[in-house]
Design a protein around this ligand. Structure first.
Ligand SMILES: [Zn+2]
Length: 284
């Protein structure tokens, strides 16, 4: 039995949980990182007991890779699947801004990596924002464009927006909560727990398409519950050359620090999530 009625209910819980964690982390000086918040949401999903949401287990390849945070497959075997490539971003509470929106990995804009990955793998590129605001009422009211008429600040804990909105934000040099959430394309995460909402917002999404089937490696994992050992070959080939001496979030290889030396990396998601609105049958 699940304590959640459905996915919308679970996603509202994730939003509330994220909101409160960032808030408490800020008040109590135990900062919650993007990674921590994502892992915690993952745990909450696992704990939910909902039968139609699955996390695909896989072992990360050894080589250094760029990672996008999530890959989400939402749909059903009968009606097909929509694929999302997702980058998470946490708000910086004092300035209400996303300071790492223009983050570069090995000299390349993270946004460009996400967009290229999404294009090559026919996924919708999305940003998922983890939010908390100190003063909510005056700020949030005008931005609320939920599918219901409820106004609950904690439902802003997790919001999603197409990557094109982040690109606009960078062009006009705006990294603030207000700018992102003024855009009508920015919606609460829980809308993705509802196929009706996804289709309502489909024109906002780049690369929106229905995939006829889940990839075989994901189906295999869901059928067997065996962690995938080697899945890198399943991802779109997106190798590009990078400078070994540039700043990045990966540990530097000390034995390979020649300035200007290049090596190749490939991109894959750190986590894969499958949300099944159909029968829980992956065998057909
Ligand atoms: Zn909605």
């Amino acid at each position: 039995m699940s304590r959640f009625v459905n996915l919308v209910d679970l996603f509202q819980h994730l939003s509330k949980n994220t909101w409160e964690r960032i808030g408490d982390g800020y008040e109590l000086s135990i900062s919650q990182s993007e990674e921590t918040l994502t892992d915690n949401n993952l745990l909450e999903i696992k704990r939910s007991g909902l039968k139609n949401i699955h996390i695909v287990k896989f072992n990360k390849p050894k080589e250094a890779l760029y990672g996008i945070d999530w890959e989400w497959w939402i749909g059903s075997q009968r009606n097909g699947w929509i694929k999302f490539a997702v980058q998470a971003k946490k708000i910086y509470v004092p300035s209400k801004s996303y300071n790492t929106l223009d983050h570069k990995v090995k000299g390349r804009l993270q946004l460009d990596i996400l967009d290229e990955y999404a294009r090559k793998s026919q996924a919708v590129p999305l940003y998922c924002f983890y939010n908390y605001l100190l003063d909510t009422e005056p700020i949030l009211k005008p931005f609320w464009r939920d599918c219901t008429d409820l106004f609950t600040p904690t439902e802003f804990g997790c919001t999603v927006t197409p990557s094109s909105i982040v690109r606009q934000a960078l062009i006009v040099k705006q990294k603030k909560f207000e700018f992102i959430h003024q855009q009508r394309q920015t919606i609460p995460l829980y809308c993705l727990g509802n196929l009706g909402c996804i289709f309502k917002f489909r024109n906002n999404f780049d690369n929106f398409m229905i995939h006829g089937n889940l990839p075989s490696h994901i189906k295999y994992s869901l059928q067997t519950d065996v962690p995938l050992r080697e899945i890198e070959h399943e991802f779109p080939k997106m190798h590009f050359e990078i400078r070994n001496d540039s700043d990045d979030e990966l540990p530097k290889r000390r034995n390979n620090v020649n300035n200007g030396e290049f090596s190749k990396v490939s991109v894959m998601p750190k986590r894969i999530l499958v949300i099944n609105f159909g029968e829980n049958d992956y065998y057909d």
